[in-house]
Write a protein that binds this ligand. Sequence first.
Ligand code: PMT
Length: 227
Amino acid sequence: VTKQDLAGLTVAVSTGGTREPIDPVRHLGNRSSGRQGVAVARAAAERGARVRLVAAHVDEGVLTDALHPRIEIARVSTAAELRQSMHAAADGADVVVMVAAVADYRVAQVSDHKLRKEDGAPVLELVENPDILAELVAAREPGQTVVGFAAETADSEDELLERGRRKRSRKAVDLLVVNRVSHDRGFESADNDVTLVDAHDEVVSHAAGSKRLVADTLWNEVVSLRR
Ligand code: PMT
């Protein structure tokens, strides 16, 4: 049996990729499959936590792994919807984990009709979306642990860590999971490769393997830093 070291805790987890509409039939999106966030939710539930999972767009079949009596799922689409649901999920939660790939920008004027080819190539004006993780950190309740993810491309391990540390301090999270991504790693794939950086910008662990292994490494670290 799995150790119940998260029993009694309520955790909020976001997963998947948000979509920003352009017109009634098109959107700006990203390659997140939702696998990593679902693995984080599943691992927490199996270790005894109550899980509030906020799922943006995920690949076909991925959410079946989130079917567990202790996981409650809310579905969202845009960054604005994810923001609202995550604030609600974080309310009273002991741990908040932002795994979702949130669009940094949305289209300023969403067209109410399908953009037509005969009108020529459109120029999309983008406006910045709020940083949900930063808001959750600012609203952090006493005793609440906030974990962020950072998808980074880098030419070397040093560059990756440097970017990770900078993002950790900028975001002021308790733990940052620095995720090395490339065209064939991180997004969509079954495996992942991460380095965990704590609130002192120290590397506390590394995990390379299944997304479940990454999830369990994250929870081990959360348990030890809440001790
Ligand atoms: O879904 P999979 O296919 O399994 O892939 C997993 C993953 C690669 C998507 C995941 O492991 C991952 O790295 N997720 C974070 C991706 C990301 O958007 O990173 P970022 O560096 O852009 O954002 C940093 C952090 O801020 C993240 O916790 C993100 O959720 C959060 N954020 C970002 C933008 C924004 N407007 N609001 C946010 O809260």
